[in-house]
Design a protein around this ligand. Sequence first.
Ligand SMILES: CC(C)(COP(=O)(O)OP(=O)(O)OC[C@H]1O[C@@H](n2cnc3c(N)ncnc32)[C@H](O)[C@@H]1OP(=O)(O)O)[C@@H](O)C(=O)NCCC(=O)NCCS
Length: 141
Amino acid sequence: MNVRKMRSDDVPMLRCIEQSVLTGRGRLDFSPPREVFVLESEGTIVGYVAMHVMVPEAEILDISVRRQKQGNGLGKTLMKNVVAHCRQRGVETIHLETAAGDDHALAFFRSMGFSTIRRRQGYYEDAGDALAMALDIGGEP
Ligand SMILES: CC(C)(COP(=O)(O)OP(=O)(O)OC[C@H]1O[C@@H](n2cnc3c(N)ncnc32)[C@H](O)[C@@H]1OP(=O)(O)O)[C@@H](O)C(=O)NCCC(=O)NCCS
């Protein structure tokens, strides 16, 4: 298992994963200043995380694991690497928004230590609510 920065020739594979999770959020912009990290397993990209780092804060724009590979700890591996990267850069708080009705994603983020900060009503195009979540990583080893 290996986490590395995205290369431009990774985009087709990232689009493939994006489609496999079918979140209905549309196509994500993978270009700078967004930072994208990919998780490789046996030479294949199985997940990615896209984020925007604005020290001392960072925002996770998307984290996705190929549908067939979910539930095997890959999301956790990716997130731990992102947290370590953020800490090295001097980030103190990581933010994200996720659909309030997505129990799976909420369980995942809570398991990684994220707390709900507020509810954003009608945040998504389909008028669904979002939950703003945050993880404080400042001051930890
Ligand atoms: C959310 C996502 C990134 C999690 O990745 P994953 O590889 O499936 O998650 P992991 O196997 O690493 O699970 C880590 C923890 O999350 C929680 N979790 C994961 N799947 C869960 C489920 N179906 N139900 C409840 N908890 C779950 C568990 O606490 C788990 O820890 P444990 O296995 O030690 O109990 C992945 O499922 C995904 O790509 N989903 C679609 C895209 C998405 O919704 N992204 C988030 C919004 S940006």
